[in-house]
Design a protein around this ligand. Structure first.
Ligand code: PEP
Ligand code: MN
Length: 337
């Protein structure tokens, strides 16, 4: 339920309303916006009588929110959420480019790639230390060592770092990471989401392989309902009957999520298409659809990559794609800083 307060409502009247609401078992989120002041009520509001709320002097309107996601709902928070990720912001109208290898493989690999993507204009560095692999016999990631190498790459380049968590038991290892990624396979690992809700750090939440947009928003709700409001949603393709691409890029998810939610949206053209030849067109489509960030896999030597070799760009090709990205960002009035 949301309560829209009158402009210039008297403080005593707002206090009276709050004491009425305190009698119910609901959490009150107060949002002071440029145009509207709102109280968002989260919990079971079915017993609250709308007429009696409307009778309070300070209340302009009361609406029931039908959607099951509340904290993530734009109705609760009309203005875009801006998320601080180290020294860059996602969701403030800029376009952030998160680039780097699928997996961190060695010091030389991550440092060479980090320096190259920075040179080409990337604003954040990605790299998997804990890797969710379909086969237990495939490379599983360098784990703690991978995190150490990412931190070293950040100290050399200044790029904030994004890396994936697979288990809540590892949270302490991520204390010095700028953005914690939850991969597609863990989008509905609810215990992990709840644990991340108790961490004061941005979370990049990827859409599951076969999950709806509403399910993605409900997963964000799991994090936000525990307190952490710093969630970035990521469209990374969904599984369909198509076999020519690794997944099917759902470009309509980008504007739809932005209509339904105030959270920023990232697009991942690498895992969506699974083909280097699709990175440029999918990136451009995502920018025009309104994405706040792109996550692109780049490897200093893709042919020797220990994971996702077929979809990682060389630094030279990434630099060419960045030129097109900059042009599309300019067309959409977004700066890459
Ligand atoms: C990744 O970003 O390397 C990754 C495993 O992505 P996803 O969870 O989207 O498959
Ligand atoms: Mn990958």
């Amino acid at each position: 339920m949301i309560i829209i307060l009158k402009q210039n409502a008297a403080q005593e009247s707002i206090d009276r309303l709050r004491s009425v609401l305190d009698k119910h078992d609901v959490k009150i989120n107060e949002i002071t916006g440029a145009h509207k002041n709102i109280m968002g009520l989260v919990g079971d509001t079915s017993h609250i009588d709308i007429e009696s709320l409307m009778a309070q002097d300070c209340v302009e309107n009361v609406q029931r929110v039908q959607e099951p996601y509340k904290n993530a709902n734009r109705k609760f928070h009309p203005e875009d959420t801006v998320i601080d990720c180290g020294n860059v912001k996602i969701g403030n109208g800029s376009l952030q480019i998160i680039a780097g290898p699928c997996s961190v493989e060695s010091e030389e690999q991550i440092i060479t790639t980090a320096v190259a993507v920075k040179e080409a204009g990337a604003t954040m560095l990605r790299g998997g230390a804990f890797k969710p692999r379909t086969s237990p016999y495939s490379f599983q990631g360098l784990r703690e060592k991978g995190i150490e190498l990412l931190i070293k790459a950040r100290s050399i380049t200044g790029l904030p770092i994004v890396t994936e968590i697979m288990s809540a038991a590892d949270i302490d290892l991520f204390a010095d990471i700028d953005v914690i990624q939850v991969g597609a396979r863990n989008m509905q690992n609810f215990e992990l989401l709840k644990a991340l809700g108790r961490v004061n750090k941005p979370v990049l939440l990827k859409r599951g392989l076969a999950n709806t947009i509403e399910e993605l928003l409900m997963s964000a709700e799991y994090i936000m309902s525990e307190g952490n409001q710093q969630v970035i949603l990521c469209e990374r393709g969904i599984r369909t009957f198509e076999t020519m691409t690794r997944n099917t890029f759902d470009v309509s998810a980008i504007p739809l999520i932005k209509q339904k939610s105030h959270l920023p949206v990232c697009a991942d053209p690498s895992h969506a298409g699974g083909l280097t030849s699709l990175i440029e067109p999918l990136s451009l489509a995502a920018i025009v659809a309104g994405a706040d960030a792109l996550e692109i896999e780049v490897h200093n030597d893709p042919r020797s990559a220990l994971s996702d070799g077929g979809q990682q760009l060389t630094p030279a090709r990434f630099a060419e794609v960045m030129e097109k990205i900059k042009a599309a960002a300019g067309f959409m009035g977004r700066s890459i800083v």
